[in-house]
Design a protein around this ligand. Sequence first.
Ligand code: ADP
Ligand code: MG
Length: 687
Amino acid sequence: MPDQVKLEDSLRKLSGIGPHRVQLFEQLGLGTIGDLLFHFPRRWEDRNIQPTFNNLSPGIKATVRGWLMGGDERRPRPDMTISSFNLRDKKGNTIGLVFFNQPFRKGQLNRGREIIATGKVEERFGQLQMNNPKVETTIRSNSLHYGRIVPIYPASKGLSSRLLRTAVHAALKTCNSEIKEIIPPGIRKRHQLFPRAAAIREMHFPTDWKALRRARHTLAFEELLLLQLGILQTQANINGISHQPDGELVAKFLANLPFRLTQAQERAIIELARDMEGTQPMNRLLQGDVGSGKTIIAAYALVKSVENGYQGVLMVPTEILAEQHYLNLCHLFKPLGLDVTLLSGSITGPVRDKIGENIRCGKTQVVVGTHAVIQEGVEFANLGVVVIDEQHRFGVSQRSHLLKKGDNCDLLTMTATPIPRTLALVFYSKQNVTILDELPPGRRPVKTYWIGERARPRVYEFLRRQVLEGRQAYIVCPLIEESEKLEVRAATELLASLRERVFPELRLGLIHGKLALVTKEKIMAEFQGGKIDILISTTVIEVGIDVPNASIIIIENAERFGLAQLHQLRGRVGRGTHDSYCFLLGAPSTEEGKQRLEAMTKTSDGFRLAEMDLKMRGPGELLGTQQSGLPVLKVANLIDDIVLMDGARKEARDILLQDPTLRAPEHIALQQSLPDLFGSNWHRRRA
Ligand code: ADP
Ligand code: MG
């Protein structure tokens, strides 16, 4: 008896697959029989044979069987042939089959021959017909390609769905008994899962639609269970820093705040304290809409760590924001005698060396910076807490690079881009989430208008009046994906024309990413200090910038921005107690673009906008798998499978509670399957 073929074996072990085809399969990433079995159809088609033609209706796709009656070939133009045939069922009903530019059909489809045809049924002059149907001339009682629900695989060069069907079928036949259960029986029963081998078989060649649904349910559940196990397991039992309860320094910090904390902020601080004082490293996400006051929570974490003799670092995505946070923290921390420093890409040479030295020897207690803080050569004496602001702008690897500068230190990430619940369950299932669901008192929603070019002069007049009343404004120039240089030029030109023709009497400023840090600092300080009335800017002001006196923002070519970005930009105003306004100038050419601008005028709720964004663009766009560090899911869908996800998460928690390392015999198979989903290095991630 030959050796049993294994799932890890090469596809060559399957009959009918030679070296050439093996290569084609490899191009699809399919090297082994197991890979092939997990290469699932993109969709399925009902190709059960209709017994007679009289209940066929136009518009549906159908598979029919009958006898050819006779044909006819026309050449309306020299470069075109039309071959038509009549097909008759056993009751005498007929349907036309029409082929364009397939002259070989004349020789193939002989009168009297019995065939099977699949195609879309159409009606022409009262007669049913199919155009360019798929035809089978040898009829089998048990075919893979008709007479059943047929899988359609993602198209690829040289490998037709037909060939894939045959190969998958061969694989199932050879290896069915090799497909082992990985989910313990109790869970299988609770969630009404198919046996694994049956699920895989039904996924490819479903008995009926109901069985297909259950097969999909089974495999999606399996995938989500592994996902949750992987994520939850990496968290288990690392010893971190146990900070002491708040002492004098923190008390002084809290007593000196320039405002009273909102209740949401107070809750957040309590949760943070509990995490930081615990033995496991903190891993908390702080989610709060623009303007909800996240910075002060970050400051709390930093000062608490300093009080315990550690250093803290705050990483942000742009230089302008780093500068702003730096000034802010200096304000809060200098009276407490803390040593705070700024580190960004444009700080170089001896100055930078000195900063590096101070961080290394522990003299500097708090570092604020851009991703410059994760570069090599930046070493901390004793890092206690890492805070990442606007964390959606960073990738997983940047996050873990920063964490590696310390030894299991605490992590606080912050974002104003809310993650809808489904995604939160995946991305943050090992993270604790705090939500700031309250804005500081006195805030009113920003009045938002979507306007066309014709309204521009009126908006400028309105802006002028606001400035005369003492307010300030932003005008944001269009995003130009391809080139920051063009973006800068557009902003420069806008400044010149506004200065000359529209607002000669007002004080205008310009800021963009290409300016030197000192220049940026100077301009932001002038704007902050009320010495600039209107700040013309590229998207560098998108995140975090906080000038409460600014009450108007005009966004040029608003159709070029995504919803999340528009919401962030709008968040630059409405941060004080004045009435605030956002004008979206734009003429979207797509339906989706219109919906976006429409949505902005209707709601100021970041969560609602994020959900709309997710619906319009899908999670890939919103978070990007690369960005998220998530494995690619083959069956489960992060938007639709929320209920399954909940179930899988609960089971994963229970399993890990009894058996944190998945060593028990009934869990070994799960443990061994984790690398299939996450790749072999998955357990090294901590994010
Ligand atoms: P975001 O959550 O967008 O990062 P910030 O931390 O920048 O928000 O805070 C927005 C503005 O609100 C800042 O000017 C900040 O000083 C102010 N602020 C924060 N908390 C409060 C509060 N409890 N009461 C009044 N103003 C506050
Ligand atoms: Mg912020």
